[in-house]
Design a protein around this ligand. Structure first.
Ligand code: SAM
Ligand code: MD0
Ligand code: SF4
Length: 354
């Protein structure tokens, strides 16, 4: 059977053709999908054992100058909670997350003019969180100047997360209105050459078709990224895409699994932001090995795709996810294992990108 041949090639880590990847992404029969997921789990196990990495999410400013059509926090939306947390609050939150057992702090903001005009303030947040926690840090500040990237690295940032959403330029312009495709890519490339790890991300259910997705996988390969994600578009109140047809999560799940087949040794998140705790098990079973968007309850912090879902209930916490991990036969990694992975990946990437 064609599917079995493709999966055997994957297990042997032989590169798949475009036709083969397309075939995988187009599967609709549960039996075939289960086989793909099971192969993906086998490859995850080969590289990561039962260990899952955990990322704390600190959305410290929800102000944004951009007007992405898919995003709740786009500048012209009047509905989202707008806040800008103080340095002290951010540090306290990061410590709280650290004590709960996460392995990385993801410091995320909208493209907030306050920080764009005062990059020192952003750099200071990173420096302080690094000093106080010693944890690996990811920054997700949107597109920033090269000089700011340099200083963020100096302050202790390890990762730069910046998602293209699509690698179809026409669709990019529809989603990230008035933003430059190449500048976004170049910011990632620059950060990587300076020694940061980079994360690339795809949005599905907002216009990407199967061929676009395959093109994205190609670009991820060329970019030599270390973490890759797919999130399903969640329609947001008060935005132009508010009434967009809501899709199920099958395409995201298949993407997670197929990304694992193509990039078996990379980090692939299951985001709690898309479908909360209830969606975690299926994302882990599809082959994800990182859980992102762990948010402390009652801190007044928002998520991105699901701004408030499951947060104050305490479901998006290290404690909240344990039952699911156990059910999946998985466990929390420890922070040394994560730091090691990051260190090795930095060396490997620097050698490859020269
Ligand atoms: N403002 C920065 C930026 O855009 O790069 C950092 C925020 S980043 C965490 C926002 C990411 O969340 C987007 O790149 C997108 O992939 C995802 N996202 C935003 N709105 C979403 C939605 N409605 N549904 C699913 N994912 C969404
Ligand atoms: C997440 N809401 O992990 C976060 C966000 C930004 N680096 C990550 C999209 O789902
Ligand atoms: Fe702003 Fe990021 Fe939302 Fe776009 S995705 S509107 S840049 S917060």
């Amino acid at each position: 059977m064609y599917l079995d041949i493709i999966l055997k090639k994957s297990i042997e880590e032989i590169a798949l053709s475009i036709q083969e990847i397309k075939y995988l992404l187009e599967q609709t029969q549960q039996e075939s999908i289960n086989k793909i997921f099971s192969t993906s789990r086998t490859l995850r196990k080969k590289y990561f054992g039962e260990k899952i990495f955990l990322y704390g999410f600190v959305y410290f400013s929800t102000y944004c100058k951009n007007d992405c059509n898919f995003c709740f926090f786009r500048s012209s939306n009047t509905k989202p909670p707008r806040y800008r947390k103080s340095l002290d609050e951010i540090v306290v939150t990061a410590k709280k997350l650290q004590n709960s057992g996460i392995h990385l702090i993801d410091l995320t903001m909208g493209e907030d003019m306050y920080y764009i005009n005062n990059p020192k303030k952003l750099i200071n947040i990173v420096r302080k969180v690094k000093e106080e926690t010693g944890l690996p840090i990811m920054v997700s500040p949107g597109v920033i100047q090269n000089e700011v990237i340099d200083e963020l690295i100096d302050a202790g940032a390890d990762w730069y997360a910046l998602y293209q959403e699509t690698h179809n330029k026409i669709l990019f312009e529809k989603l990230r209105v008035n933003q430059d495709y190449e500048s976004r890519l170049n910011a990632k490339r620059y950060a990587q050459r300076q020694g940061m790890l980079i994360e690339e991300g795809l949005l599905v259910g907002a216009g990407n078709n199967v061929l676009d997705i395959i093109e994205s996988f190609n670009c991820m390969k060329k970019l030599n990224v270390s973490q890759i994600r797919t999130m399903t578009f969640i329609p947001q109140k008060g935005t132009p895409m508010e009434n967009w047809q809501k899709t199920n999560f099958l395409s995201e799940l298949l993407n997670i699994a197929v990304m694992r087949l193509i990039f078996p040794n990379l980090l692939i998140p299951a985001s709690l932001d898309v479908d909360g705790l209830k969606g975690l098990e299926e994302r882990l079973n599809a082959g994800a090995n990182v859980i992102t968007s762990i948010i402390p309850p009652n801190g007044g912090y928002a998520g991105v795709a699901n701004a408030s879902n499951d947060i104050n209930e305490g479901y998006r916490t290290v404690e909240g996810i344990q039952e699911t991990l156990t059910r999946c036969g998985l466990k929390n990694a420890n922070v040394f294992e994560y730091k090691n992975w990051v260190q090795n990946q930095k060396l490997k990437t620097l050698m490859e990108v020269g």
